[in-house]
Design a protein around this ligand. Structure first.
Ligand SMILES: Nc1ncnc2c1ncn2[C@@H]1O[C@H](COP(=O)(O)OP(=O)(O)OP(=O)(O)O)[C@@H](O)[C@H]1O
Length: 490
């Protein structure tokens, strides 16, 4: 049984680049021509073919090219027999038997599509042997499909004006494909489908795997870079990107080069896609992921809303590695730019650190000042204590003087041997009187003084000063108030 599809690609993503190609193809189809989409594996040819068929709004016949294909698989074949037996016994002695054996014909997809005006999508048609596809030549050009000779049906099928064919193929250097015959190519409009651009791949990833935009871009760039470094630019990385994106999304794996799960995923999906020896490919991928971590290339480039210097550097890297002719000088320039960037980051960190240290020092200084103020505050009290101590010392001295043995005073005041006792007394009396007057005069002058001040001012020793002051106090000429000696005379 032949199934007619009404298929359209699930969640077809249209970006400006895809729309341009789709419009071109649709133009040729509307003018009655069949279209051939040619390009490396995974560039979106089949998806685009289905999308175009959907745009034509006709039922769809889908055929996949195969090396085992025969022409009959395209147009149909005899399938089984119908046997017809007639027994005539009209005269009882005569029996007439007629036996008829007829082959049945079953249309295949191409015949159905041509007859009913469906859209045929012949995916990877160059995987079928060229002679199998010869039947298409007259269908496309003369609009007649030629069937094997038969007595029971027409050998020609008139191709409906609504019939359209969309072919897809991989380039001839691909394994398992046949060279396409010129006659067929001459009847088709061939559009080359390169690998989708970065934006398209990112968009497809976001819409089909529901991964976030930043992760999608990181994956696209990582896969692109890996393919460049492994010299595997012939095919497209879109399928690998879709696998990475879907697994990351389904299992909540953070798509960053430093994440161990993501790294495992990259190794599982990408290693087998390189034609280099496994050890070499592993080293390349390992280095790539490490570079991405240390230089933060991919992460920095993701911040598209604020294009940073790192993003520019990444753009340079992408642009240059994409060109095989990128010279060593360009590579050095890129390295220099990266080094400058790393240095700038280090400098910024240093400045931030210095500012932090300065701030910490300021805080420490402020704390010290506060502490010092706290320490200094009690000083007036200390001064008062010192003064009190000094006064106390004076008082102690005064007491000592008072209790000092009288003999000592006598000794000090002893007259010289040359003087007579009378003259000695007179001299002493005279001397004492002059000291009394001197002290009274001094106390009047300074309006009161301490014991030590009087001693110093009049250059007297302590015992004499105390004696004289006590005498003056007894006389009522001097009084002591608050450790100050005051003259009571007017
Ligand atoms: N425009 C698009 N919108 C949505 N998904 C897309 C689009 N283009 C490609 N894809 C997806 O990318 C993957 C590869 O696309 P597709 O199978 O069409 O590539 P292809 O060129 O036909 O590959 P092959 O030559 O190996 O058959 C598919 O999963 C497909 O769904």
């Amino acid at each position: 049984m032949t199934t007619v599809l009404r298929a359209s690609p699930r969640r077809f993503v249209s970006t400006p680049a895809i729309e341009r190609v789709a419009n071109r193809a649709l133009r040729y189809l509307q003018s009655g021509y069949s279209v051939h989409l040619r390009g490396p594996a995974g560039t979106g040819k089949t998806t685009l073919a289905l999308h175009l068929a959907d745009m034509l709004a006709r039922p769809l016949m889908l055929i996949f090219g195969d090396d085992e294909f025969k022409t009959s698989d395209l147009i149909g074949n005899q399938s089984g027999y119908t046997r017809k037996r007639v027994v005539d016994n009209y005269i009882h002695s005569v029996v007439k038997v007629e036996d008829e054996l007829r082959q049945n014909w079953a249309d295949s997809r191409l015949t159905l599509a041509c007859r009913d005006g469906f859209t045929l999508v012949y995916d990877e048609f160059n995987r079928s042997r060229p002679e199998v596809n010869n039947v298409l030549l007259s269908a496309l050009e003369e609009k007649l499909l030629v069937l094997p000779p038969s007595n029971s049906r027409s050998e020609y099928v008139r191709v409906s004006p609504h019939f359209r064919a969309i072919f897809t193929s991989n380039p001839e250097e691909y394994c398992g494909v046949h060279a396409t015959q010129d006659a067929l190519m001459d009847r088709l409009v061939t559009i080359n489908i390169p690998e989708p651009d970065e934006l398209t791949q990112q968009e497809i990833l976001v819409q089909k795997t529901e991964i976030d935009r930043a992760s999608a871009l990181l994956i696209v760039r990582l896969v692109k870079e890996f393919r460049v470094r492994t010299g595997n630019e012939k095919s497209s990385g879109l399928r690998s990107c879709l696998m990475l994106g879907k697994v990351c999304h389904d299992h909540e794996i953070l798509a960053t080069p430093g994440n161990a799960d993501f790294r495992d995923l990259c190794f599982d999906i990408l290693l087998s896609r390189s034609s280099l020896p496994v050890a070499e490919t592993t080293k390349i991928l390992w280095e790539l992921l490490n570079e991405a971590i240390s230089l933060g290339l991919f992460e920095a480039a993701l911040n598209e809303s604020e294009p940073s210097q790192a993003a520019c550097v990444m753009a340079m890297v992408s642009a240059d590695v994409a060109k095989p002719e990128a010279t060593i000088a360009q590579a050095e320039a890129i390295t220099e730019a990266l080094v400058a960037l790393v240095e700038e980051v280090a400098l910024a960190e240093e400045v931030a650190l210095a500012e932090e240290v300065a701030l910490a020092e300021e805080v420490a200084l402020a704390e010290e000042v506060a502490l010092a103020e706290e320490v200094i505050a009690p000083i007036p009290q200390a001064e008062a204590i010192t003064q009190a101590l000094a006064a106390l010392a004076e008082d102690v001295a005064l007491v000592e003087t008072v209790v000092a043995p009288l003999t000592l005073t006598t000794e000090i005041a002893l007259p010289t041997a040359s003087m007579s006792p009378l003259s000695v007394d007179a001299v002493m009396q005279e001397e004492v009187t002059s000291y009394e007057q001197a002290i009274i005069a001094y106390l009047k002058q300074v309006n009161g003084a301490r014991l030590s001040q009087i001693e110093h001012a009049l250059e007297l020793d302590r015992f004499r000063t105390v004696d004289i002051l006590r005498f003056l106090q007894d006389k009522g000429s001097v009084m002591l108030r608050d450790r100050l000696y005051l003259c009571t005379e007017g």
